[in-house]
Structure formats: structure tokens, C-alpha cells
Ligand binder design. Structure first.
Ligand code: GSH
Length: 223
């Protein structure tokens, strides 16, 4: 009997929640192994064997261990191609090329300014760290330019890679969730007509609602 894949890390982490959303879309059974980052468990030698950079998530399936959330998502989509949402990573080279292009745009253009804003505006206050106004201003300007490109694209196309929801859209959920619901910067998304319509659509998927529920559930008590 196939065993559940393992995901290591807290659902509050944006990179972990990306992988969880993908597993839920693909209807793949998983075991979530909480890593207490406040206690530095992600820097312990045993964890470094599966995630040598000491970051979350780490992932295991059969004999393979993986890190990097977007690479993990691609693996899940390919390995479990026949499960759940079968078009999540496209079904032919043409679709995959478009999905890969927008997945790269997320990783290379959208993620740097949006994750900086998430850190500065959502995490720094919780961690009682001083916010860097220069980083906030610069990241906001960069993100606005990226969202202008998205606004145009989403005026021509229902989702980023075409008419269907794909892993390229999914990959934007974690940072956008924090920015729209956990900071004052939500308007950057909601004031742009097409981006706002897209965000409403992708964030109301059952898979993402389950991830948000997991984020809002108290972490299991450690022994
Ligand atoms: N590119 C990596 C980023 C992983 C990452 O930055 N994880 C953060 C949490 S969202 C982390 O582990 N931070 C703790 C640290 O870097 O020490 C991925 O997508 O998996």
C-alpha cells in the first residue's frame, strides 16, 4: 500500500503552504510534520540532511527527499498526474511551457518584492523586529510594476497561463493571502480590476480554503 508523502514545516510558512495547496489540489494523501522554527528545529543536523539550507519545507515521497517549494509542486503534479486536478501542470508541452513561464514569473518577479513586504509588514511586527521603511517602499514600487503586467495579462486571459487554474496561479496564493488579509497593502490587488477578479477566484478554491484553515488551527502540542 502506498504511504502518505511527508511535508515538514508549519502551514504558516508561505513556502510550506504552497506545497500543501498543491497536494490538496492533486488529492494526494500527506502527513504534515510540524517543525518548530522558534526552537530552531530547521537548523538541526537531522533536518539539514533533507533540507541542507535549513529552511522549510522539506518533502519526502518513497525514496526521494526534495526541497524548494516550486520544484516540489512540479514533482507532485508529474508523479501524481492522474490524481485530482489533472490539468494543474498542463497536459501537453504547449500548456506546460506557458505554466512554467508564469511559475517562473512568480518566483523571479512577484516573489522577491511580495515576500519582502510579507516579512516587513506581517512577520516583523509579530517577531518584534524593526520594520525597514526603505525596503517597504522599494518593494511596493517593484510589486506595483509586476501587478501592472498581471493586470494586462488577466484582462486577456482568465488565469495566468490560460483558461484554467494552474500551479502558476496557485504559487501566488501564499504571499497574496498575507498581503490582502494581513497587511494594509491589499488594495494593490483589489484596486486592479482584473487582478482583483483573479484573486477572488483563486483564493476561493476549496484547496486554498483548507490551507487557510490549517494556518488558523493551533499547532499540535509538542511532547
Ligand atoms: N525558495 C524556498 C524558500 C524557503 C524559505 O525561505 N522558507 C522560509 C519560510 S517561508 C524559511 O525556512 N525561513 C527560515 C530560514 O531561512 O532560516 C522555497 O520555496 O522552498
Amino acid at each position: 500500500m502506498a504511504t502518505a508523502v511527508k511535508v515538514y514545516g508549519p502551514p504558516l510558512s508561505t513556502a510550506v503552504s504552497r506545497v500543501l495547496a498543491c497536494l490538496l489540489e492533486k488529492d494526494v494523501e500527506f502527513q504534515l510534520i510540524t517543525i518548530n522554527m522558534a526552537k530552531g528545529e530547521h537548523k538541526k543536523p537531522d533536518f539539514l540532511k533533507i533540507q541542507p539550507f535549513g529552511q522549510v519545507p522539506a518533502f519526502q515521497d518513497d525514496s526521494i527527499s526534495l526541497f524548494e517549494s516550486r520544484a516540489i509542486c512540479r514533482y507532485i503534479c508529474d508523479k501524481y498526474a492522474d490524481r485530482g486536478n489533472k490539468g494543474l501542470y498542463g497536459t501537453n508541452p504547449l500548456e506546460k511551457a506557458s505554466i512554467d513561464q508564469w511559475l517562473e514569473a512568480e518566483g523571479q518577479s512577484f516573489n522577491p518584492p511580495s515576500s519582502a513586504l510579507v516579512f516587513q509588514l506581517a512577520f516583523a511586527p509579530r517577531m518584534k523586529l524593526k520594520q525597514d521603511e526603505g525596503v517597504i517602499k522599494q518593494s511596493e514600487e517593484k510589486l506595483a510594476k509586476v501587478l501592472d503586467v498581471y493586470e494586462k495579462r488577466l484582462g486577456d486571459s482568465r488565469f495566468l497561463a490560460g483558461d484554467e487554474f494552474t500551479v502558476a496561479d496557485l504559487s501566488h496564493l501564499p504571499n497574496t493571502q498575507y498581503l490582502v488579509n494581513g497587511t494594509q497593502k491589499g488594495e494593490m490587488f483589489t484596486s486592479r480590476k482584473n487582478v482583483g477578479r483573479w484573486w477572488g477566484e483563486i483564493s476561493s478554491r476549496d484547496s486554498w480554503k483548507k490551507v487557510v484553515e490549517m494556518q488558523n488551527s493551533p499547532p499540535p502540542k509538542s511532547a
